[in-house]
Design a protein around this ligand. Structure first.
Ligand code: ADP
Length: 303
């Protein structure tokens, strides 16, 4: 199997003609309730591709816990290692979007913010039968580091998506990571210079290798992907698709990447699978709703 250790969220989205100003009460148009969180998105991406997937994390029973569990189960993700935290709300993003597409967002970490080394304990029994561990940065860093250590000790592939962007990751984290997968913004924050081209991405990759990761995959959106690994750096172009919205393209990429590694493919082939899954996610709107299923994915790769 593959394990995702990370965030589980619900997005509560209200649309209105304009964004409310302070003190204003506004009549809106629509309301949507959309499951998200980078951890959950990556787990759903994997399950849709037919990979046996566990997620380890927390939801809060005070709000949306049951809905989030139910949704993950429906997507085919194993949820037996999610802790139902009775002391908090689930991770929630309150989002207002206006007609021009501008937004205001408040994120409440809720249960995600409480993930700690105790949750890593639930991870340990799964590790011997696991091929890879997927991590992101929407839970406390100390828990990410503890999980990476556990993954490294168990000799499985540790994949870190350093998202949302952070400029100061602990130095001890890099050597615990097999593959780090920043996008342009995240890579820029990590290395301290602008990353917006294959050339600058290759430079960023070299810096990240020097910090101790085995491979660095820099996602450049429609500009393709650069992968730096011991002895070689290669470029994989983006697939040409009709883009609707790129929300969750990065999560789809990591799902495709890990799915390929699970099936025993080379790193280069895995980057191509990641790019294909990312491109497919960009052709549909929404986060988890846009993640491709196995049939769509296989048909796309054959084109
Ligand atoms: P993130 O979603 O984390 O910001 P990117 O925007 O780089 O990351 O998207 C992740 C991957 O999805 C890209 O590396 C690429 O493979 C694919 N992708 C994203 N946008 C496009 C696009 N416009 N055309 C084709 N592929 C895309």
């Amino acid at each position: 199997s593959i394990i995702v250790f990370g965030s589980i969220n619900i997005d509560l989205v209200a649309t209105a003609t304009h964004l409310p100003t302070s003190g204003e009460t506004l009549l809106g148009n629509d309301f949507f309730q959309i499951p998200g969180g980078k951890g959950a998105n990556q787990a759903v991406a994997l399950a849709r591709l037919g990979i046996p997937t566990h997620i380890v994390g927390r939801v809060g029973t005070q709000s949306f816990g049951a809905e989030l569990l139910n949704h993950l189960q429906t997507a085919g993700v194993q949820t037996g290692n999610i802790l139902l935290d009775e002391t908090v709300s689930s991770g929630v993003a309150i989002i207002i979007v206006d007609d021009a597409g501008q937004n205001q967002i408040v994120v409440i970490p809720g249960a995600n913010g409480k993930v700690n080394h105790e949750d890593v304990e639930r991870l340990l029994p799964l590790l011997p039968t696991t091929k890879a561990l997927l991590l992101q940065l929407e839970i406390p860093l100390s828990a990410v580091v503890a999980a990476a250590k556990a993954g490294r000790n168990a000799n499985i592939t540790v994949i870190l998506d350093p998202a949302p962007a952070q400029s100061n990751l602990p130095a001890e984290l890099y050597p615990l990571v097999d593959i780090i997968t920043p996008n342009e913004v995240e890579a820029g924050q990590l290395v301290g210079f602008t990353v917006d081209s294959p050339e600058s991405a290759a430079k960023a990759g070299a810096v990240l290798l020097q910090r101790g990761v085995k491979s660095a995959i820099v996602k450049l959106g429609a500009k393709g992907v650069v992968c730096a690994t011991a002895g070689e750096t290669f470029f994989v172009p983006a697939f040409s698709v009709n883009v609707v919205d790129t929300v969750a393209a990065g999560d789809a990429f990591n799902g495709g990447l890990a799915a390929a590694l699970y099936t025993g493919m080379t790193l280069r082939q895995a980057v191509i699978w990641g790019a294909a899954a990312g491109a497919l996610a960009a052709t549909k709107s929404g986060a988890q709703t846009s993640l491709p299923d196995k049939l769509t994915f296989e048909a796309f790769l054959k084109e």
